[in-house]
Design a protein around this ligand. Structure first.
Ligand code: DGL
Length: 271
């Protein structure tokens, strides 16, 4: 048993989509979240830059005495999961792509045409293809990068015609051409536009991996005997630029929870 917090991070708001189900499934766990809002988006940056950002954030979370780190970002997971695990061996560090791959393999077979959408870096890395085909080489996979989604979501442009047009711009041809029937949200920001995608393409089966990520977190905590017995203190959300938008979006996502939340600004570049 261990009542220390779990550290989560993402380039911005996206990782929050894994936290809402975690709070429901494991209410004793306390969360420290870091959103790198000053440097978002990561998805079109070079792997070297992303690696440097991720190392800084992981070091910061370890200073906050977290018992485990969840890389709540596909782009960082695809770029440097192993690097972070090697650099910080003292605590478990997990990413979001393996749980997503497990889910896809559990619900799909070779009759499906599976579409994976994500950032440029995630799609270029072919991490989804590698992990899924390791388990089931028969699955038919197609992928598309949608680089404008994250900046629009960070701006709060969601229930909006601009977002709908952007979704159509990236996905109309992709879905038609490959006859996609199952769509994987391969970026933790994308569950925030899941309703738009569902409305525009009602025939699609949409895979939001966040529940699977929570299931994996629970497995790791159980295996390492790290589950919390009781929750001591508030969840804390750090941002490298604590903008009004970040606070509003968090309040919107957690509107219906009874949890108390503290917000803090932390400039990683100020040494
Ligand atoms: N939420 C991140 C992901 O899952 C978005 C990365 C970005 O900032 O572009 O990939």
């Amino acid at each position: 048993m261990n009542n220390r917090p779990i550290g989560f991070f993402d380039s911005g708001l996206g990782g929050l989509t894994c936290i809402a189900p975690l709070m429901r499934a494991l209410p004793n766990e306390r969360i420290i979240y870091f959103g790198d809002t000053a440097r978002t988006p990561y998805g079109s940056k070079s792997p070297e830059t992303i690696k440097n950002f991720a190392r800084e954030i992981a070091a910061f979370l370890i200073q906050q005495d977290v018992k485990m780190i969840v890389i709540a970002c596909n782009t960082v997971t695809a770029t440097c999961l192993r690097d972070l695990q090697q650099r910080f061996p003292q605590i478990p560090i997990m990413g979001v792509i393996q749980p997503a791959a497990n889910k896809i393999c559990a619900i799909c077979d070779e009759t499906n045409s599976i579409g994976i959408i994500g950032t440029k870096v995630t799609i270029k890395s072919k991490s989804y293809e590698a992990l899924i085909h390791q388990k089931n080489p028969q699955l038919s996979l197609h992928s598309a990068a949608c680089p404008a989604f994250v900046p629009l979501i960070e701006e709060g442009i969601i229930e909006n015609e601009i977002m709908d047009l952007t979704i159509r711009h990236y996905m109309d041809h992709f879905i038609r051409y490959y006859k996609i029937d199952t769509l994987v949200l391969g970026c933790t920001h994308y569950p925030l536009i899941e309703n738009n995608i569902r409305r525009i393409y009602p025939q699609l089966r949409i895979v939001n991996p966040s529940e699977e990520v929570v299931y994996r977190i629970q497995q790791v905590l159980e295996k390492e005997n790290l589950l919390a017995q009781e929750r001591i203190g508030d969840h804390t959300f750090y941002a490298s630029d604590l903008s009004e938008n970040f606070v509003n979006m968090i309040n919107r996502i957690f509107e219906l929870t009874e949890f108390r939340i503290a917000f803090k600004n932390f400039d990683l570049t100020a040494k």
